[in-house]
Design a protein around this ligand. Structure first.
Ligand code: IPE
Ligand code: IPE
Ligand code: MG
Length: 252
């Protein structure tokens, strides 16, 4: 990770550099309209486009969206299949546009669980957009924060078996450099739609000092104005990273 909020005090800016979103409430949005839950997921894709454009206009550099958690396999099989199909269709349809707009797309999570066609599409989309730098869009799919910490630990011990005999030599950055989003700065702003106020095993390591914004708005209804409200709230936060307000006032 570029700067660790627990090792160095990061610079605060009014516009968040990295926004992460739990896109929740698709099922309830649909149920309220007497539609199948899956209709909410289909509608949710439009909100992704709106939010991506809103972040682009605002100058957000990294946008990370939670699309499917490592626990979402527990859902009814038809819903899981629809989500996978939607993922494939969206990739097929949108990657060209993303590339034209200078978006670099990455997918993080345990991708080995996906069918080969989806894995191939993901790889192709990542390769096609790998030179882009205007906005880094990351989709977390079959992602779990605990999985991420575990896979980083396994990588570390594979790379440095000597550390097993010398655990005191393990540093924070040895682990954070091996997390699946090691290339991105820590999230500044976390948004969860749909009214629940929990992290649901999203980026648990990386959220150490992230500002947490919760809104009852269901994801398919989340629009440019909803995003702007989150940005306004963020700009009003005092990010202290352990210090006192008085210290901050003096340094400004
Ligand atoms: C989020 O919406 C989308 C996924 C988890 C894939 P939900 O499907 O969780 O919607 P609710 O929370 O049941 O309304
Ligand atoms: C979190 O939402 C995962 C995604 C939005 C992809 P869930 O709807 O699965 O979370 P819980 O089960 O309510 O905590
Ligand atoms: Mg939900």
């Amino acid at each position: 990770m570029s700067v660790s909020s627990t090792q160095v005090i990061p610079e605060s800016t009014d516009v968040p550099r990295h926004v992460v979103i739990i896109m929740d409430g698709n099922g309830r949005w649909a149920t309220r309209r007497f539609l199948p839950r899956t209709a909410g997921h289909v509608r949710g894709v439009q909100a992704v486009r709106r939010v991506l454009e809103g972040c682009g206009r605002k100058g957000v550099k990294y946008l990370t969206l939670f699309a499917f958690s490592s626990e979402n396999w527990r859902r009814p099989q038809e819903e899981v299949s629809l989500l996978m199909r939607l993922f494939v269709q969206t990739l097929e349809k949108e990657v060209g546009k993303l590339d034209e707009q200078g978006v670099r797309l990455r997918v993080v999570g345990d991708l080995s669980a996906f069918e080969p066609k989806l894995q191939g599409l993901i790889k192709a989309a990542e390769q096609r957009t790998c030179a882009n730098d205007r906005l880094h869009l990351t989709i977390a799919a079959n992602y779990g924060g605990r999985w991420d910490i575990l896979q980083a630990t396994r990588h570390l011990l594979r790379d440095r078996p000597d550390l097993a005999q010398n655990p005191d030599a393990i540093t924070e950055s040895m682990l954070s450099d091996r997390l699946s989003m090691a290339w991105a700065p820590e999230p500044d702003l976390f948004i969860r739609t749909g009214g629940e106020q929990r992290v649901s095993n999203f980026l648990i390591w990386q959220l150490a000092y992230t500002e947490m914004y919760f809104t009852p708005t269901f994801w398919p209804d989340f629009d440019a104005a909803s995003l702007e409200a989150a940005f306004t709230w963020y700009a009003s936060r005092e990010r202290r990273f352990g210090r006192t307000s008085e210290q901050l006032e003096k340094s400004n």
